[in-house]
Design a protein around this ligand. Structure first.
Ligand SMILES: *Cc1c(COP(=O)(O)O)cnc(C)c1O
Length: 366
């Protein structure tokens, strides 16, 4: 049996007629950039998340950059974030001219909120929690710290569409939040796409203007901006997919529960602990493994694809050599980066596939 890491084709096959029709309509209407399909998706997604504004943009990386920039963050500022994430989270802090300040992890893989206060300096302006792998970070305490220190919270929700924290949907908890619709994300376009969500009217207008060359009205450029817009084809496809997102999320949770059951009691392969304050939408199903290289090789040999998210924690990447950090500064990140392994996870995964993956794991590890 072959088990892919994800299977975007299976989803397309199941909904081909509606996805094709959505994209064909955009061509018929020549509504390629901006236009009615983009407005419609923005409204639908804002409603789904439970916020006032959604601003579509080119991708989830630009979404973070745009919102930080429009919050006035720049040279001389510090922004606190987590030490294991996709580089977009910290890269965009640097793009504004500010400095990323990394914080070590808790056992779930999210930022250890108990370490945040020690990272605050007079230059700190904002905190970017990442709901990593689809699991809500510990937002209760984080929001409390942010309030007491007058810091802005921008949630990176790229992996966590529809996850909840303390009964509230992620994306609604801070001043603003960003989403990615990269094809492999829980809600994925057929190309790059992203969005900013916020309840702040002024911030929403500023982000929309900046993402469109500094202009809300054609040829009126109040400021210089960038070109980072959601295109009509992606918006129409996302609108066709959005009604299925809750069902796909339910499937991901069911698959995770099956993995949990079939891997229970193993000594050398353990699912990452979960944060009980929030819910998990399982963008990824991640285990900690004693001997990762051996297990990954055994799975590959058995036709099972796996991934590592991510093999090197952000502070240890060559890109951040200037920060002069070493493994003793982030002991949990250093420990996890060599042990985490992401198992296949996609809504269409069959019981037979899950059983085959777990049987193969039990054959090659204790
Ligand atoms: C995917 C991702 C991003 C960036 O999104 P793109 O759409 O690929 O630019 C940012 N943060 C996290 C945590 C991500 O997983």
């Amino acid at each position: 049996m072959k088990v892919p890491f994800a299977d975007l084709k299976a989803q397309y096959r199941a909904h081909q007629a509606s996805f094709d029709a959505a994209m064909r309509a955009v061509i018929e209407d020549t509504a390629f950039v901006g236009g009615k399909y983009v407005r419609q998706f923005e409204q639908e997604f804002a409603r789904e998340i439970g916020v006032k504004h959604c601003i579509g943009c080119g991708n989830g990386t630009d979404a973070i950059y745009i919102v930080l920039k429009m919050l006035g963050i720049g040279a001389g500022d510090e922004v606190i974030t987590t030490s294991i994430s996709w580089i977009a989270t910290s890269e965009t802090i640097s793009q504004t001219g500010a400095t990323p300040v990394f914080v070590d992890l808790d056992p779930t893989g999210c930022m250890d909120v108990d370490l945040v206060e020690a990272a605050i300096t007079p230059r700190t302006r904002a905190i970017i929690p990442v709901h990593l792998y689809g699991q809500a970070a510990r937002m209760g305490k984080l929001l409390d710290i942010a309030r007491r220190h007058n810091l802005i919270v921008v949630e990176d929700c790229a992996q966590a569409h529809l996850a909840e924290s303390g009964g509230k949907q992620v994306g609604t908890l801070g001043r603003a939040a960003t989403f990615s619709f990269y094809p492999g994300k829980n809600l994925g376009a057929y190309g790059d796409a992203g969005a900013i969500v916020t309840n702040d009217d002024e911030l929403a207008a500023a982000c929309r203007r900046f993402a469109n060359h500094g202009s809300l009205t054609k040829h009126e450029h109040l400021i210089e901006g960038i070109n980072s817009r959601l295109d009509g084809m992606q918006a129409a496809l996302l609108s066709a997919k959005l009604p299925h997102l809750r069902e796909w999320t339910r499937c991901r949770r069911e698959i995770a529960a099956k993995y949990d059951r079939l891997l229970a009691g193993m000594r050398d392969v353990k699912p990452l602990p979960r944060n009980t304050e929030g819910t998990h939408v399982f963008h990824l199903y991640v285990v900690e493994v004693e001997n990762r290289a051996a297990l990954q090789a055994a799975l590959t040999a058995a036709g099972i694809e796996t991934g590592i998210h991510y093999p090197r924690a952000l502070p240890f990447l060559p890109a951040y050599r200037r920060l002069n950090k070493n493994e003793s500064d982030f002991p949990r990140a250093a420990h996890m980066q060599s042990r985490i392994l992401s198992l296949p996870m996609f809504p269409e995964m069959t019981d037979a596939m899950i059983e085959y993956v777990c049987a193969t794991i039990r054959q090659s590890a204790a």
